[in-house]
Ligand binder design. Structure first.
Ligand code: PLP
Ligand code: COI
Length: 339
């Protein structure tokens, strides 16, 4: 792949050699199919287009120093997609089909897995949606599952960096008993106006509070929040946030580094007590937070005075990346080698 500038890749789409598809009809899943086309032919009354019957996942494959390709926590993504199906009455994709499709798409596009030295990786995007026609508000009888890949750059081009977030109470991402805990497209559509406003004001994203009381921390943009204080990793427990696989991994690593871990409701004022704070997710692993401005209360919670990430964020980030790239032993069975 002599014509790809691996060290300058963005988090964007690039065409690769093929994608894998599997369709569900007559109550069962069919065989995996390899497609070269990036397009699909879809019924205009498909439930995904009208009633939002769809979910997606995001995971990554990494090339190690040894040249081998490793996929991070594939099974957890499969299980989360099953939860999203339960939340939208879609057919469940069996874990074995999900895993087989992911392994196959990575293997067939192996030349797009960036070299170790670039710090880039191969982003894997599974998507599941209702493809059958309905006009009444009812679940589809047919589904399509597609997995495609695209190489993506290291999230922080100039190195691991902090960014600012903003609290604006006029926007909600999801309701306490709503869809926030599922990875469904509608949640992202619901976040676009707020995200755009935050970007225009120079922020990385919106920092969401719980929609009912506006008292507790929910999510930072499309990422989970964590704060660090007194050798403790604190992250929200909330019915409206997506259970992040990165966050789950960081909680395990924090414990191994001798820290306490608390998953509980975090009142917004508690932000003033954290020594460090970060947003976590597959795209960036950790996006350390420089400060959070509370627009309505005219307050700023500052975590980094010099703009640099804190030492614990950096330690956790390095540790997780080392496992993903195979520099450190995978003692938790998080990694699948592509053979
Ligand atoms: N929260 C939201 C809303 C997300 O879209 C994501 C991204 O996947 C995350 C959190 C982080 O989850 P994960 O660590 O599994 O990528
Ligand atoms: C993440 O991977 O951290 C995300 O937030 C995924 C996003 C592109 C939907």
């Amino acid at each position: 792949m002599e014509n790809i500038d691996w060290s300058n890749l963005a988090f964007g789409y690039m065409k690769t050699d093929c994608n894998i598809r599997c369709t569900y009809s007559d109550g069962k899943w069919g065989e995996l199919e390899v497609h070269e086309s990036e397009y699909l032919s879809l019924h205009m009354a498909a439930t995904s287009l009208h009633y939002g019957q769809e979910s997606f996942e995001g995971l990554k494959a990494f090339r190690g120093k040894d040249g081998k390709v490793r996929i991070f926590r594939m099974k957890d993504n499969a299980l989360r997609m099953q939860d999203s199906s339960a939340g939208t009455l879609m057919a469940r994709i069996p874990v074995e089909i999900f895993e087989e499709a992911v392994l196959k798409v990575v293997k067939l596009n192996e030349r797009f897995v960036p070299p170790y030295e670039s710090g880039a990786s191969l982003y894997i995007r599974p998507v599941l949606f209702g493809s059958g026609a309905q006009i009444g508000v009812r679940p589809s009888n047919e589904y399509m599952f597609i997995v495609f890949v695209t190489p993506v750059g290291p999230y922080f081009k100039g190195g691991f960096q902090t960014t600012p977030f903003v609290i604006m109470r006029e926007y909600d991402r999801s309701a306490p008993l709503g869809m926030g805990k599922y990875k469904v497209g509608g949640n992202y559509a619901a976040s676009l106006v707020a995200g755009e406003r935050a970007h225009q004001l120079g922020y990385s994203n919106i920092f969401y509070l719980d929609a009912k009381e506006k008292k507790y921390i929910d999510e930072c943009g499309a990422a989970n929040f964590f704060g660090i204080k007194d050798n403790t990793y604190v992250t929200p427990k909330s019915s409206s946030i997506l259970p992040s696989i990165t966050n789950k991994s960081l909680m395990v690593l924090a414990k191994e580094l001798g820290m306490k871990v608390e998953q509980r409701a975090i009142p917004v004022e508690e932000l003033a007590t954290f020594e460090e704070a970060g947003a976590c997710g597959t795209a960036a692993v950790i996006s350390p937070i420089q400060r959070i401005d509370d627009f309505d209360e005219n307050k700023s919670y500052i975590f980094s005075h010099d703009g640099k990430p804190g030492p614990i964020c950096e330690k956790l980030y390095n540790k997780l990346r080392a496992i993903q790239y195979g520099d450190e032993a995978d003692t938790h069975d998080w990694v699948t080698l592509v053979k």
